[in-house]
Design a binder for this molecule. Sequence first.
Ligand code: ADP
Length: 161
Amino acid sequence: MPSRRAIYPGSFDPLTNGHLSLIQRGLKVFDGLVVAVANNPAKKALFSVDDRKRMIREAVNGDPRVVIDSFDGLLVDYAKQQGVHTVLRGLRAVSDFEYEFQIANMNRKLDPEFESVFMMTGEDYFYVASSLVREVASFGGDVSGLVPPNVTAALRARFAR
Ligand code: ADP
C-alpha cells in the first residue's frame, strides 16, 4: 500500500505542546508528516523561520516520519511541489472553525485535488496558542508545561534582554 503523507502547515511561532500533540496524533493516521513553517512576511514573527524549524526538529527528536520544512506563498502551490495533497490542521475551539472552513474551501477551489483533514486538540491543550504563549512569556510568566523544554529555554533567552 502506498504511504500516506500530509502537510501540517503553520506559523509555529513558537511550537507548543498543542502542536506537538497534533503531530503525534497525526502520525497515528498518516505514515509521515511534513511540518511546514509558513514564512509570512506580513506577520511579524518572534522567532526566525530557521529558529522555528530548529525548535521543531529538537522537539520531535529525529523521528524519521517527520520532515521539517518551510514555504513561502500559497500552500496549494507548496503542496503540489511536494506531491502531497492532504493538509492536517488542528481545531481548538469553535473560533477556529470559521477561519479553517474558509481556508479549506479556498484551497479546494485553487486545487480540486486538495483535501484538508482536521483533528481536535486534546483537552489538555485546547487553550494553548502560540500568541498567548508569546504574550505570557514576554511578561515573565511561566510557560513550561505548555511548550517543550527547548522552547521554554528559547523564550527565556529571548525575553531576558
Ligand atoms: P497559523 O498561523 O497557520 O494558524 P499556528 O502555528 O497558530 O499557525 O497553528 C498551526 C496549526 O496548528 C493550526 O491548524 C492550528 O489550529 C493548530 N494548533 C495550534 N495550537 C493548537 C492546539 N493547542 N491544539 C491543536 N491544534 C493547534
